[in-house]
Design a protein around this ligand. Structure first.
Ligand code: GAR
Length: 202
């Protein structure tokens, strides 16, 4: 028995695959309870099902507004006993109503070194800006867009011959390493938050 986690994903699901790989290798003291997507065709749902993890499409169009959708989402996760919600390429902003039910229990992977380049298309934003170093960030989710306390970051150098796509690929490699690692720290009870600062016990 490990920390019960739920994953929310909207697309390709490669970060979900990285979590599954680490979990199946016995590296994560977690129980992956369910994967939920807001996109019917999300590859993440197929991957979850292939690995025997309950997977559900929850249709935003079936709800009158964002808050009622988020409350339905929270109810499903609570019913499954989830204590950590992992956003792995989840492209909707979670409302305060959702976050109140999971205080400091929601983490997100973002493909830039926050607070630089929040929001969509972060890898391209960084490439266009001309930074020499970018990377990825795992952070707690608060009501802002990519503004919550930072848990861990990994740096990636931008090369002269990079395109936004080649850069995104190298950032993704780091995402696949960093996200499972942070989940492991949290599951091991090693993560403490004081205000904006996050401390990892050695
Ligand atoms: C990842 O690069 C993740 O960091 C990014 O979406 C991609 C999902 O890939 N998330 C965001 O941009 C959140 N603002 P995946 O579906 O293959 O894991």
């Amino acid at each position: 028995m490990g920390l019960p986690i739920g994953v929310l994903a909207s697309g390709r699901g490669s970060n979900l695959e990285a979590i599954l790989r680490a979990w199946e290798a016995g590296e994560l003291p977690v129980e992956l309870k369910m994967v939920i997507s807001d996109k019917k065709e999300a590859r993440a749902l197929r991957i979850a099902a292939e690995h025997g993890v309950p997977a559900e499409f929850l249709d935003p169009k079936a709800f009158p507004d964002r808050v009622s959708y988020d409350l339905a989402l929270a109810a499903r996760l609570k019913a499954a006993g989830v204590e950590l919600v992992v956003l792995a390429g989840y492209m909707r902003i979670l409302s305060q109503a959702f976050l109140e039910q999971f205080p400091l229990q929601v983490i997100n992977i973002h493909p830039a070194l926050l607070p630089a380049f929040p929001g969509l298309g972060a890898q391209k934003q960084a490439w266009e800006y001309g930074v020499k170093i970018t990377g990825c960030t795992v952070h707690f989710v608060d009501a802002g867009v990519d503004t919550g306390p930072i848990i861990a970051q990994a740096a990636v150098a931008v090369e002269d011959d990079d395109t936004p796509e080649t850069l995104a690929e190298r950032i993704l490699e780091q995402e696949h390493r960093l996200l499972p690692e942070v989940i492991r720290w949290i599951a091991q009870g090693r993560v403490r938050v004081r205000g904006r600062r996050v401390y990892i016990q050695k």
